[in-house]
Design a protein around this ligand. Structure first.
Ligand code: URP
Ligand code: ZN
Ligand code: ZN
Length: 460
């Protein structure tokens, strides 16, 4: 099977040139001007941007959480991701406290294997670090190709670990060559503020936001960074939202330690005014909450300064009916919002089109850095000879709008209903196969492969 993409404008994190790309089987085998090789299929990409498939390293598919399950399965979520130009996602396996990592992995494998449409990997969320768990870290890294370990400094009682466990986990992960990622907010403070607001009868979604002030994130981000520095373990802060938290990391850069920062598309584009809509605000109840305009400025600047390395989604969708579980109590609204399908187009439209970031930066933060940090580069995240042919053909001139009535995510509202977008994903290739073409998915359930990842220490 061979395919030739002709005359596209090829964009990587560092390059920008017009060329043809030859794909044989699942990989790119030649790149050049006016390639003369014959191919079974030819795509004319004149006038189009040809970029690596997006990598979203923060999604929650079919995840048990807050008394329900996120509403996209591995099938519907990865299919929606492909429609939006994201060819690989990293989902979270959650260890149940009192149980092993392996048990949790078996459960997630049962849901994802044979159902995912797009490629995927797993982070392992460690919620109970003990002597047994410690012994499993090596197994995850060496045998399963799971090299990143997620921790929660919040969600007290369910997912949160304390600093003692964090320190011990980091020591072990460092030993095994992996990376520790973190939901960095101060769980004790948040727990207290939630209880205080509820005791005062403050029960609307607005109080979700008011229970997680900036300081809760700034403090935890600084604490995590310090523990990472002490243990020498590479760290990655997920869904960083605000100036205070980014400043805590900025201080650490003086120590030349490896702490990577992810923000998510919603924190760049939406602000806390979305909590002034009565119960409709539940659509944007997520943790951490949306912040202020000044924080959006800080995040865009952080991207351009190289301090914010990745833009993900934290895709964690719930149907409106599920959100209504918290109609009378904001603390029962399942946290999360849908964006897996929208990230690449929103970031292009609001970032590149509006000249906040360059095209190369776009590819860097949406494709290349996630591949590098999480041990998939250069197989994924770039356009190069030998890399998987995960490619998007993108029309920068096409305008369209986002809506729940046209999206492919399994959720009955859009957090971006009616948003006007400049630029559209036209064709998506996944490992050499046309996976999406003009809005139609061309690959079946089960086409998605689990991607075993290399050690962080082997790449960065
Ligand atoms: O609100 C969120 N972020 N939901 C998903 C779980 C998490 O904290 O990432
Ligand atoms: Zn989180
Ligand atoms: Zn998350």
């Amino acid at each position: 099977m061979s395919l030739l993409i002709k005359n596209g404008r090829v964009i990587t994190a560092t390059d920008d040139y017009i060329a043809d790309i030859l794909i044989e089987g699942e990989v790119i085998t030649a790149i050049g001007k006016n390639l003369t090789q014959q191919a079974g299929q030819v795509i004319d990409a004149s006038g189009m941007l040809v970029m690596p498939g997006g990598i979203d390293p923060h999604v929650h598919l079919d995840m048990p959480f807050m008394g329900t399950f996120s509403s996209d399965t591995h099938e519907s979520g990865t299919r929606a991701a492909l429609h939006g130009g994201t060819t690989t996602v990293i989902d979270f396996v959650l260890q149940k406290q009192g149980h092993s990592l392996k048990e949790a992995l078996n459960e997630w494998n049962g849901r994802a294997r044979g159902t995912a449409v797009g490629d995927y990997s797993f982070h392992m969320a460690v919620t109970d670090f003990n002597e047994h768990t410690k012994g499993e870290i090596r197994e995850m890294v060496e045998e399963e190709g799971i090299t990143s370990f997620k921790t929660f400094m919040a969600y007290k009682g369910a997912l949160m670990i304390d600093d003692r466990q964090m320190t011990a986990l980091m020591q072990e992960v460092k030993r095994q060559g992996g990376l520790v990622t973190v939901h960095a907010t101060n769980g004790d403070m948040i727990d207290y503020l939630v209880a205080q607001n509820k005791a005062e009868g403050k029960l609307s979604p607005l109080y979700h936001y008011l229970s997680q002030p900036e300081v809760t994130e700034a403090e935890a981000s600084g604490r995590f960074t310090d523990i990472a520095n002490y243990t020498g373990c590479p760290g990655y802060i997920v869904h960083l939202t605000c100036e205070g938290a980014l400043n805590a990391v900025r201080n650490a850069t003086k120590r030349n330690q490896k702490v990577f920062v992810e923000t998510c598309i919603q924190y760049l584009l939406l602000d806390a005014s979305y909590y002034d809509k009565g119960f409709e605000s539940a659509k944007w109840v997520m943790s951490p909450p949306l912040r202020e305009k000044k924080d959006q400025e800080t995040l865009w600047a952080g991207i351009n300064q190289g301090l914010v390395n990745v833009v993900a989604t934290d895709h964690c969708p719930f149907m409106w009916k599920q959100k209504e579980m918290g109609k009378d109590d904001f603390s029962k609204i399942p946290n999360g919002h849908p964006a897996i399908e929208n990230r690449m187009e929103l970031l292009y439209s609001e970032g590149v089109h509006k000249k906040k970031i360059t095209l190369n930066k776009y590819v860097e933060i949406a494709c290349t850095n996630p591949a590098k940090i999480f041990g998939m580069f250069p197989r994924k995240g770039t356009i190069a000879i030998g890399s998987d042919a995960d490619i998007i053909i993108f029309d920068p001139a096409q305008k369209h709008s986002l809506s729940a009535s046209t999206h492919h995510m399994n959720v009955d509202y859009s957090a971006y209903e009616g948003w006007e977008i400049n630029g559209k994903v036209k064709t998506v290739l996944l490992r050499g196969k046309v996976a999406v073409d003009n809005g139609e998915c061309m690959v079946p359930k089960g086409y998605g492969q689990f991607i075993k990842r290399k050690k962080t220490s082997a790449i960065i």
